[in-house]
Design a protein around this ligand. Structure first.
Ligand code: GAF
Length: 387
């Protein structure tokens, strides 16, 4: 038995002798938005806000699920496993169970309870955290010994098949592979990755939560992914070696996509430029040039707003509220878009002042309290008690 002291007190009564207990974190992303499903580059990190999952084995094939935060239960049997229209949160768990079964692993019934402190709908991937917590727990429960990449991929498939979002690998990868105080520079094609210690001399990362969640986020996400694929197909006719936007240059887009479809062109141009920005930001971080890092963050936001069209008025407001402030080095919407948080790089000395200014103007404009989360980078998914 290992460390269970860090667990939320509300879970304690559910932990039995045979229980497996795990956590998996949400994530931030410094740069590289909508590049993951284009075989590109991203720079996420796992945060110290987590989903905690307790699984207690059963002898039969029943799965009983309990969400402490939602105060809801859901039951199903392994034989009848399918996605549900009634409890969307259950799909994240059932999708991962399905992934294990599809790998030929035998999953027996279980009782599960979960809770977390990740803000929901804030663009910090509470759903990926739940999927990854389930994945590491089932890995222990089935004694499958699957490696971390496979677990992240099972979690990603759960999102595709049970939640209906054709997401890339970034969120699940960050949740499984995260490491305290490090960013992950990930190549989403090869899954090769490097940990980069996050050294922000004199600056801090803060999330500003717009408290907006648009219902079109999932459907528009899938549309963007399709538009990127359409762009690749247009280029591939002339350059057969091209498999994804990762392989495409701006010149190819000008030549083969622009004349056919200007919307598809804009989407693709954003992605090609964003991949370049990730490489530049990695170098700027290495050189300690935070001003240049911040500049790229603003450029990313401009691309997400103008070319990729995944922003919304509240996110644009939050970014423009900091863009002329000399104490703010960079800011942009983070994650899929259409709501959630902005990520901001702020001079540490001025953090309180900036929060106050932005909070006041946001409240004046939208009559909403600005929620602010300082970013603290914690470890990735961990089994903290295995029976
Ligand atoms: C969401 C998706 F789940 C990720 O895969 C990624 O595409 C992100 O949006 C945008 O960068 O979080």
């Amino acid at each position: 038995m290992t460390e269970t002291k860090m667990l939320p007190a509300s879970l304690e009564q559910f932990i039995k002798e045979t229980s497996i207990v795990s956590f998996a974190p949400g994530r931030i992303n410094l740069l590289g938005e909508h590049t993951d499903y284009n075989d590109g580059f991203v720079m996420p990190a796992s945060i110290d806000k987590r989903m905690y999952f307790v699984l207690t084995p059963r002898e039969d094939s029943t799965i009983n699920l309990k969400s402490l935060d939602m105060k809801q239960d859901f039951s199903i049997t392994i034989e009848n496993l399918a996605k549900t229209d009634h409890k969307t949160w259950a799909n994240y768990i059932l999708g991962v169970v399905d992934g294990f079964i599809k790998k030929g692993l035998q999953v027996k019934g279980f009782d599960a309870v979960f809770t977390g402190n990740i803000p929901i709908g804030a663009g910090v991937s509470s759903s990926a955290a739940l999927e990854c917590a389930v994945a590491v727990t089932l890995n222990a429960y089935t004694n499958a010994g699957l490696d971390k990449s496979t677990l992240a991929q099972i979690a990603q498939k759960a999102e595709h098949n049970f939640a209906g979002v054709q997401c890339g690998i970034m969120d699940q990868f960050a949740s499984v592979f995260g490491k305290k105080d490090a960013l992950i520079k990930l190549d989403c094609r090869s899954l090769e990755h490097e940990y980069k210690p996050l050294k922000l001399e004199g600056a801090s990362l803060l999330l500003f939560d717009s408290d907006v969640k648009h219902s079109l986020a999932s459907s528009e996400y899938n549309v963007r992914r399709k538009q990127c694929e359409e762009g690749v197909a247009m280029v591939k006719k002339y350059v057969p070696l091209v498999d994804s936007l990762r392989d495409v240059s701006l010149e190819m887009l000008d030549k083969y996509v622009y004349p056919n479809d200007t919307v598809v062109y804009n989407r693709c141009r954003y992605v090609v430029e964003e991949n370049q920005r990730v490489q530049q930001v990695a170098a700027f971080l290495e050189a300690g040039n935070l001003k240049a890092v911040g500049q790229k963050m603003f450029e990313t936001h401009a691309g997400l707003r103008g070319l990729y069209e995944v922003s919304c008025k509240e996110l644009d407001f939050l970014v423009s509220a900091v863009s002329d402030n000399p104490n703010v080095l960079g800011g942009r919407l983070m994650g899929g878009g259409f709501g959630g948080c902005t990520i901001n790089l702020i001079k540490t000395d001025a953090v309180d002042e900036v929060i106050q200014q932005v909070g006041e103007s946001y409240h004046k404009q939208y009559n909403k309290e600005l929620k602010v989360y300082p970013v603290s980078i914690g470890d990735g998914a961990t089994v903290i008690k295995n029976g």
